[in-house]
Design a protein around this ligand. Structure first.
Ligand code: ATP
Length: 256
């Protein structure tokens, strides 16, 4: 057993439960993500990872249970309110504007965060205030050379990096990344591992990923879900060698 982490808890859930018309997708989940750690949520298909993400970020309300951020109860808050508590997420599905370049995307996100709302009309003088910071964020995610390239012309891995910049624009203390390497080839996967490591400095990161190389490379702690429940938790090496986890994954392989 790992000794308790002395750092304060950034994001916590107690008894978190979600029913979809009688089907319990998340069951009585307790989760503690400590300040500054990288925490992976893993589990076979249908384990409840995305549902848990949606609960933690307010995209769906829980049937039961509580969620706290740095000790403040955020249960039942909207995604916008939760973002203002410093929790922001990325999505698996890209939602970029093809004709806008990376800098323009980030400028809009910064404008939205500053209270201007996400507007489709943009006053250049307003957006220019955000230009410097937008360029920094584009550079931080490794897209400095593509700052003027319309998003529609970016490769898949570059689009995912841009989405990371949009999450960073919210200046989150806790970042939730939904399958940051989904659909990527090895090179993009390695680039994304390096990127997540970089952006995790001074932040708390929770991510879902099916790629165990990514989980092993990044995660300080891992929570394994199975059929909506926490099956195991610990370091990567602890959960990797846990008999229950091995059985759960073997079960998944045999049905693949
Ligand atoms: N809106 C919904 N209505 C009904 N059932 C749902 C809904 N969303 C999810 N579920 C069910 O809840 C269970 C958990 O789904 P979830 O998407 O959270 O799993 P997951 O671990 O993210 O899976 P994957 O790895 O395939 O993305 C699944 O059985 C799914 O069919």
């Amino acid at each position: 057993m790992t000794p308790p982490d002395p750092r304060p808890v950034a994001l916590s859930a107690r008894g978190l439960t979600k029913d979809f018309r009688g089907f319990r997708a998340v069951k009585d989940v307790d989760l503690d993500v400590v300040d500054g750690e990288v925490h992976a949520l893993v589990g076979p298909n249908g384990a409840g990872k995305t549902t848990l993400f949606n609960l933690l970020t307010g995209f769906i309300p829980p049937t039961a249970g509580t969620i706290t951020v740095h000790g403040r109860d955020i249960t039942g808050r909207t995604p916008e309110q939760i973002a203002h508590e410093g929790v922001a997420r990325s999505f698996q599905i890209t939602s970029l504007f093809d004709h806008l370049n990376p800098r323009e995307h980030v400028e809009l996100a910064l404008q939205g965060m500053a209270g201007g709302g996400l507007r489709f009309w943009r006053s250049d003088s307003v957006l220019r205030r955000f230009r410097g910071r937008a360029e920094e964020l584009v550079e931080e995610v490794g897209l400095a050379d593509l700052v003027e390239r319309p998003a529609g012309e970016l490769a898949y891995g570059q689009k995912r990096a841009l989405e990371m910049a949009l999450v960073l624009a919210l200046d989150p203390k806790v970042m939730l990344l939904d399958e940051p390497t989904a659909g990527m080839g090895r090179e993009d996967v390695d680039r994304t591992i390096a990127l997540v490591r970089r952006i995790a400095t001074g932040r708390t990161v929770v991510f879902v990923d099916h790629n165990m190389h990514v989980v092993g490379s990044l995660a300080d702690h891992v929570t394994v879900l199975m059929a909506g429940e926490v099956l195991a938790r610990g370091t990567y090496d602890e959960v990797r060698t846990d008999e229950r986890v091995i059985t759960a994954y073997l079960g998944e392989d045999s049905h693949a």
